[in-house]
Write a protein that binds this ligand. Structure first.
Ligand code: FFO
Ligand code: ATP
Length: 215
């Protein structure tokens, strides 16, 4: 099989009987999309990052958001840096994820703040930086490995975003989860499980669109 041969949902390793089948089916697809993401040139990466910030700038979802959760890209993820700078320029509060003991919280990230290496070697704000409740974010710029047009999301496999935003459906005002992606990360279908939190919107180098109940 060549590195980028399409992976079907049935090509998982059936010897692993620790995880439910849907969970195992995600692995080969995750591996393949991550390799494709890492193979992008820095020029392609910069083009997507700029295009995403441009789409955000002209969308009401972003314009009206005051508290915005972002992330610092690694492994070929869509780079949030231009979007973070845009937030700061427009006076929005920016937060970054911090993982600890299987949970994810968000701490404020202001211009010039020092960062440190945290869980999974991601850069995170220092402990002195104030945290902000996840469920009170207006907008969550969400990293992803793969997505469908309808807003299903494949992440890194830790379940952090699923768990963190699992209970928000009961709220009148809930954070908008906006997936950031290179358009090649779009797939026809994903082996989703009941715990998977759907995206409310997706933005790529090409466009921003609303999914699911927010459409
Ligand atoms: N930039 C960035 N920051 C982020 C995330 C992210 O996706 N991107 N996260 C989003 O949640 C959290 C970290 N989540 C992680 C989840 C899993 C693995 C991990 O080690 N995954 C396994 C693959 C598991 C599998 O395929 O089943 C690996 O890489 O070997 C790493 C980080 C918080 N910060
Ligand atoms: N709401 C939840 N409650 C309990 N466990 C959960 C919940 N959501 C996800 N999990 C667990 O997290 C694990 C990883 O889930 P999944 O493969 O969907 O992660 P992911 O969305 O790809 O990762 P991430 O959000 O970290 O990028 C699964 O074993 C799943 O059982």
């Amino acid at each position: 099989m060549s590195e980028f041969t399409p992976v079907t949902a049935s090509s998982y390793n059936s010897k692993d009987n620790q995880a439910p089948p849907g969970q195992l089916q995600k692995r080969p697809l995750r591996r393949q999309l991550r390799a494709q993401r890492r193979a992008l040139s820095s020029v392609q990466q910069a083009a997507t990052a700029q295009a995403v910030a441009h789409h955000l700038l002209y969308h009401s979802l972003f314009r009206r958001a005051r508290h915005v959760a972002c992330y610092l890209a690694s492994d070929g993820e869509t780079d949030c840096t231009p979007s973070i700078r845009l937030c700061w320029r427009l006076g929005k509060q920016v937060y970054l994820p911090v993982t600890h003991a299987g949970q994810m919280t968000f701490r404020r990230y202001s211009r010039g703040d020092k960062l440190r290496r945290g869980g999974f070697n991601f850069l995170e704000p220092l402990p002195a930086s104030p945290s902000y409740p996840s469920l009170e974010m207006d907008l969550v710029l969400t990293p992803l490995v793969g997505f469908t047009r309808q807003g299903e999301r494949l992440g890194m496999g830790g379940g952090f975003y699923d768990r963190c935003f699992a209970d928000d459906r009961l709220r009148r005002q809930r954070p908008t989860l906006l997936g950031l992606a290179h358009s090649f990360q779009q797939v026809e279908t994903l082996p989703t499980l009941p715990h998977d939190r759907q995206l409310d919107a997706v933005v790529t180098d090409c466009e921003l669109w609303m999914c699911g109940s927010r459409r």
